[in-house]
Design a protein around this ligand. Structure first.
Ligand code: AMP
Length: 359
């Protein structure tokens, strides 16, 4: 279904109840929109700041229909929502970004094939459907290499780094998926991401590339803007714009990239939603990534992506959240907590953005 311009007062449906939904709902509320979340658990980070919630499993057709009936437009904050659930909602109400984009980014192999089809450089990769194919590919690719499950992959889940000592059977078991993708290891100088927002009339805006430092495959720190040459930054923004245009994106898309020591940029992953590496935009930019999503959903013009401060965003993973009091001692630190009751190792509990204002 196509979407009309939605005036404040309309209800935005959010599939997924995590912190990205929470921050989207907060941005929506500022513009006078209501949100209704669909989540599998009660008291989710999104539900805590939303006026309405449907709590059910993603295969509960009646619940999905009730949710669709209650909203004017829907989006998703988590890309592993089953495609059938998104399609069911999309049959009743507009869903943006369009669900076909989610179906590409759900699957690492489709995603890389898509990137190749639009002439975007990635690392060398191959589909792996069984152990013997893996053993052959390990001989062809050399080491190190990275085996990933094609589905349900985020924050390094379903990922195994292969070395000359690795046994193919063992790696296949550890990966735990039915189909895998083997990637040549990228010896990168740094990892960056670009967030691009695009609205229905094709207008777009890119935030400057930011530098992402991971710990155990989970984002730990984002430095905004990235400490890279300006021509590399321009190239990275151009790639993000190209991908958004070829996907016919309406919404927000994060493009994760590797920068090689000589400046070559390779795309690693796409996420058609607000992204952890864009949290700094809440405090340091004229318009946050979350507000851009709300504007794109509702048919409003984009806001400025200009930043008035540089920033360093630090995730509060697991017990790091206990440092919240220390964080507040720095007057330029902006603390964001996600309302999650249960602390688990590596769980994203909140983040701190330290601002370095341009004077
Ligand atoms: P992903 O789930 O694909 O985003 O991977 C998580 C992290 O693992 C990335 O941010 C990189 O730090 C690392 N990684 C993934 N794929 C590769 C690769 N082909 N070469 C080097 N590092 C990788």
């Amino acid at each position: 279904m196509s979407a009309a311009v939605l005036a404040p007062g309309a209800t935005i449906g959010i599939l997924g109840g995590g912190q990205l939904g929470r921050m989207t709902a907060l941005a929506a509320a500022r513009l006078g929109y209501r949100c209704h979340v669909f989540a599998t658990e009660h008291d989710s980070p999104t539900e805590q700041v939303c006026g309405a919630a449907t709590v059910a499993e993603y295969d509960d057709a009646d619940a999905l229909d009730r949710f669709a009936a209650a909203v004017d437009i829907a989006t998703f904050e988590f890309e592993n929502i089953p495609a059938e659930a998104v399609r069911r909602v999309a049959a009743a109400k507009p869903v943006l970004p369009r669900p076909e984009i989610l179906e590409i980014t759900h699957d690492r192999l489709r995603e890389k094939d898509f990137l190749r089809s639009i002439d975007v450089a990635t690392t060398a990769y191959r589909e792996i459907s069984d152990v013997s194919a893996l053993a052959r590919a390990m001989r062809d690719f050399g080491f190190p290499a990275v085996l990933k499950s094609v589905r349900m992959g985020y924050d390094g889940k379903g990922q195994v780094t292969l070395t000359p000592e690795t046994k193919a059977e063992e790696a296949w078991r550890q990966m735990g998926g039915e189909i895998g993708i083997l990637e040549a290891f990228v010896d990168f100088a740094c990892e960056i991401s670009v967030i691009v927002a695009r609205v229905r009339n094709g207008a777009w805006a890119t935030y400057p590339p930011v530098e992402n430092q991971h710990s155990h495959h989970i984002l730990d720190t984002t430095i905004a803007p990235a400490r890279i040459a300006s021509e590399v930054a321009t190239r990275a923004e151009g790639i993000a714009r190209h991908v958004a245009e070829r996907l016919d994106l309406v919404g927000v898309l994060a493009v994760e990239m590797f920068v090689r020591p000589e400046g070559e940029v390779l795309v690693n992953e796409l996420a058609p939603r607000p992204h952890n590496s864009g949290h700094w935009t809440i405090d340091a930019c004229v318009t946050s990534q979350f507000e851009q999503l709300v504007r794109a959903l509702c048919g409003l013009p984009l806001g400025s992506v200009e930043h008035h401060s540089d920033a360093v965003m630090q995730n509060l993973l697991g017990h790091d959240v206990e440092k919240w009091r220390e964080a507040l001692a720095d007057p330029f630190a902006k603390l964001h907590l996600y309302g999650k009751r249960e602390i688990q190792p590596g769980r994203k509990m909140g983040h701190i953005t330290r601002l370095i204002p341009h004077r």
